[in-house]
Design a protein around this ligand. Sequence first.
Ligand code: DUC
Ligand code: ZN
Ligand code: ZN
Length: 472
Amino acid sequence: MSTSFDLVIRNALAVTAADTQQADIGIRQGRIVALGEGLGAGAREIDAAGRHVTPGGVDGHCHLDQPMPPPVKMADDFITGTRSAACGGTTTVIPFAAQEKGSSLRAAVEDYHRRADGKASVDYAFHLIVSDPTPTVLNDELPALIDAGYTSFKLYMTYEDLKLDDGQVLDVLDVARRHGAMAMIHAENSDCIEWLTRRLEAAGRTAPRWHAHARPMLVEREATHRAIALSQLVDVPILIVHVSGREAVEQIRWGRAHGLSIFAETCPQYLFLTAEDLGIDNSYMGARCVCSPPPRDKANQEVIWDGLRDDLFTVFSSDHAPFRWDTPDGKHPGGKEVPFRHIPNGIPGIETRLPLLYSEGVLTGRISINRYVELTSTNPAKAYGLHPRKGTIAVGADADLVIWDEKEVVIDNDRLHHNVDYTPYEGMKLGAWPALTLLRGQVVWDGTRFTGAVGQGQFLACGKPTLVPQRR
Ligand code: DUC
Ligand code: ZN
Ligand code: ZN
């Protein structure tokens, strides 16, 4: 019998950002080539009757094998990080090629390709981190890299080794405007954090929980407002990353009400963790949840849910920043319990991002499944120039798909696939997990095991962002 397709997924409830339709999905050579009723036979067939099938997740903010000042080292490289992504339903990741101050941006990209080459098991693109915007970077390297498919970059307003002053932010935003790139901004006021940190240290308050006191909402609110003002001055869209609560949300609403093109990202830690997870006493355990901005409180979690429900947030990313708990290269640098300023910032979450939002957002009725797809896949693909190849279920798109199993799952780090020795979500009961993840038509997660192959992930050169401005 001749077959029309390499694979047919039968009776899928195929979900896009726009609608949900029952259809067979016909796949040939890694791409979706037909969507419809009663498609012809496939060499392989999967029955998805009664199950939601969503586009593979696009994680537009994660950190893998990013160089760190010794002794600290990221726990996940492209092998373990992308394996973990696949097992949680993510088929495209966009980590960061980070420029070191005093070095060229191009060198950072070349180094990052060496770190990724032959290792990824899902597709990947690179954002840039611009930490030293010299005239050569602004006039030559950045424009050439944007043309070559590195069309987004992150700018930091804090962290000594990465931060830019306002003039430098303006210079880089101007390049983004002239070349049509997407600027992502980490908005926290560096001087306020330093001043507060010194006061806390002088008072002997150095346990992990004081991290949250050194970075209160005010420092995020002020920097968010300033980032918006800088983007207004240059007349260029920006995307504010890892928004943690109400005061930053208010600034974004203010910007949009003034006609500005401001996009916004949030992450699981701002829905499921609070500052109490950094500790309510002086115990060091809270170091596991040290990230920046820090998790806030229950009221702020609700504000973040509201922003996911309405149109405030554009994308939902993991900000996976993997450091091991029990090793000297992770949360105990040099093997010690260190003052909070020296605890590596970041928590793991590349594998749990989608199940957490599907379970606690979609299954609880907080957001529609179409909005879930928009936040986790379609919009990140549009923001970073990968749509419509990625981020949707449509004829011509890559056959990156997740078939969902709506069953009880208890999060257990022993069953995750990252190289981190803990998850902040240990013991949480969820209502769903991917039953199957497909990357370009190949099964990379079969519901119990990673079935992909190291090196099957392809590098993606990005086009220009295609998001339309949000007005609310
Ligand atoms: N904050 C960041 O800005 N990046 C990585 C992790 C974190 O906590
Ligand atoms: Zn950041
Ligand atoms: Zn980050």
